[in-house]
Design a protein around this ligand. Structure first.
Ligand code: GLA
Length: 392
């Protein structure tokens, strides 16, 4: 966490609202390491909270109004309680409104509040900046109004805020990773049982993020389902099909094995079959990867990341030219152990697994190759698996 960022938020809050904040919360972004689009299929994911995030300072308002200033965007919004629906713009404000709406089912939010927020987490880079905003908000608001909510309830209410106020039918991965991150460890999540455990990383590996700057949006625009929502619907169609043809219960793609897929996939339309293959194989890869990590076999672990990207590119079709280019370049660099797209896809960031000493030369080579290919820069930055969201 960036201490200067928090100091800046607190000072700006006092300047604007005339008194220091009563509560300050910090929430990190996340990187998805393996397990792509498995969360809403009740599957498995390995992810990490990262050392980039967002801070939010809060104090009670003298009246019923809620005001929030977003320092990075130099914007201030104002709304009255109760919050009942999303607004057209600014879009970021819907994450805050959504959390206020959902949290009020757990306790009374009254009077209004004054908020100041800022972060060092780029938005639209596939690093879950919206979940960071939701989680920072729910932590700070629940403390300010003395509303008792468990971390899992927080994750779920933030997810539901995102569904109803931002139109993205996301799973729980972003919120869980943001809450349960730990220094130099991955977060292993089982999205059926919602059991979460940390898996320590070997000392001599780190991650490099390559942000393509291709903007992706998970939310539907003008009522047209986004590609993300469409993938989710295709997975549900596949799960319904397997529930009909298999002799055992199938609630989600999590319940389908690769052998079952091989037997019955020819009866599915080819696109739906490939979507299902991606999810089923990703689940297997996450479980394998967890064992490989425990055994310290980072090279084989990295190989699974390359396989995951290949499957995103060919089966799930949620990659893009820029991400494919980065992963293909990384594949040719002996110092890179693994690389893949991270998160929803269709743009955003790729994540590379490598030894710390390789970060600078790999970053420079990738940046130069990307600029030669596309005539514009990508952003490369090392990230550290870090502690989860907290009140400060
Ligand atoms: C986005 C969603 C998550 C998850 C990933 C893909 O980050 O918010 O719920 O589905 O995409 O794994």
């Amino acid at each position: 966490m960036n201490a200067a960022l928090i100091e800046n938020i607190r000072r700006a809050h006092e300047r604007r609202f005339g008194r220091p904040p009563a509560v300050t919360a910090y929430a990190p972004g996340r990187v998805e390491i393996l397990g792509n689009h498995t969360d809403y299929n009740e599957g498995f994911v390995l992810s990490a909270a990262i050392d980039l995030g967002l801070g939010l300072a809060l104090s009670p308002a003298p009246d019923e109004q809620c005001r929030a200033q977003a320092l990075d965007m130099a914007q201030e919004i104002c709304f009255d309680l109760p919050v009942t629906a999303p607004v057209k713009e600014p879009l970021w404000s819907n994450y805050l409104r959504g959390v206020v709406n959902k949290l009020s089912a757990f306790g009374r939010i009254k009077p209004g509040f004054q908020a100041t927020l800022a972060g060092d987490l780029p938005s639209g880079a596939g690093l879950a900046s919206s979940a960071a905003l939701e989680i920072a908000a729910v932590l700070a608001l629940s403390r300010l109004y003395r509303i008792s909510v468990t971390p899992l309830e927080m994750a779920k209410l933030c997810q539901s805020a995102e569904h109803d106020f931002a139109g993205a039918q996301c799973g729980l991965l972003d919120q869980i990773s943001c809450l349960y991150g730990q220094e130099h460890a991955l977060v292993f999540s089982d999205f059926r049982t919602l059991a979460v455990a940390n898996v320590p990383l070997p000392a001599d590996i780190c991650f490099l993020l390559a942000d393509t700057r291709v903007k992706h949006s998970l939310a539907g625009a003008d009522g047209v389902a986004s590609a993300y929502n469409e993938r989710r619907a295709q997975c549900e169609v596949a799960a319904d099909f397997f529930a009909k043809v298999l002799p055992h219960p199938v609630k989600a793609l999590r319940d389908v094995s690769l052998d079952e897929w091989k037997t019955f996939a020819p009866r599915l339309d080819p696109v739906t079959a490939r979507r299902a293959a991606h999810v089923i194989e990703e689940n297997t890869r996450v479980l394998q990867a967890r064992e490989l990590l425990r055994a310290g076999n980072v090279r084989a672990f990295g190989e699974l990341m390359f396989q995951s990207h290949h499957s995103s590119r060919t089966n799930f079709e949620n990659s893009c030219r820029e991400l494919d280019f980065i992963v293909a370049q990384a594949r040719q660099m002996p110092a890179v152990l693994g690389a893949r797209l991270s998160g929803g896809g269709f743009g955003g960031s790729a994540v590379l697994l490598l030894h710390p000493r390789a970060t600078a030369p790999v970053g420079q080579a990738l940046a130069a190759a990307f600029t030669r290919e596309f005539g514009q820069n990508c952003d490369l930055r090392p990230v550290r698996p870090s502690a989860g969201a907290r009140l400060l």
